[in-house]
Design a protein around this ligand. Sequence first.
Ligand code: MG
Length: 346
Amino acid sequence: MSRFRIDYRVVPLDLRHAFTISRGTKRRVRNVFVRLHHNGITGFGEAAPNTRYGETTERVMEWLEGLPDEVHEFTDNPDRFADRLEQVTRPVCAARAALEMAWLDWWGKSRQEPLWKLLGSESAVGPVTSFTIGLDEIEGMQRKVKEASEYPILKVKLGTDRDREIIKGIREVTDKPIRVDANEGWKTLDQAKEMIGFLADRDIELIEQPMPEGREEDMKQLKAFSPLPLIADESFTGSENLAQVAEGFHGINIKLMKTGSLVTAMRHIDRARELGLQVMVGCMIESSLANTAGAVLALRADYADLDGHLLIQFDPLDGLQLDEAKRIYLSARPGLGVEWNAGAEE
Ligand code: MG
């Protein structure tokens, strides 16, 4: 029987600036790049494991090493391949996302069609992506805002005990729309309400994950209180009951590295729409390979937060592009349409 050949390698990606959120600081990530080969065609995928979800580079590699035999059996049906991966025990979502991404890239290349078209999107252009300003001293954050002058929407990380000073400092240097991501940093309902009240007067577009995951009762009250949309990130990984998530939030942030599958993520978007939820597509620290796959999804979203590849020093791939307005747009090349840069050999 005809079989897929799968291999991988680890590529360290250094950040331009140390990247700090309420949980800690990163200077370098070690992502896993997967290749899937069949019939002279190679598809590429990327895993960006995140320890918040208990995933590491080592766990990604273990999962890839232990793949059951049937995963390698040929199929040209995306639902069948996604379902097969979903049945692999001890799931590692970033690894699964990478392998499915490689398969989808291979599939598009074998059909000689761009993936976004094969998956039913009519336009290659999606929402404007935000650009993230990580935590730092106020002057450092002001400097990063100035460096990001070309980006029309900023996402500012909060969840500290100096959040008001940070926003005041940033508002001294820009009047752009700002999205706030507290990364679970506001620990009590009172603190969250106070911060939202403060932010509501400062041209903030939305707030991501104000409180720790698992605080459903507090979030119901916060949703009723908040004049700003509240978006679930850590509270939505893909395995939750979306109707319950909708009780505490106005929208969800979908990331491939959380759902473990682009095919499944499209089903989440359909369900979110039925429930009246807004949809953001976000990313981890990842190259333009994984961000291109995220962009395929973001064509269906209200908000894109696909700046991971802009935050690293060297992007090994020539992937996701932004137009002049900083909207994401996808190439007309087959599959994901992503190519390796010279010197960053496959
Ligand atoms: Mg977030």
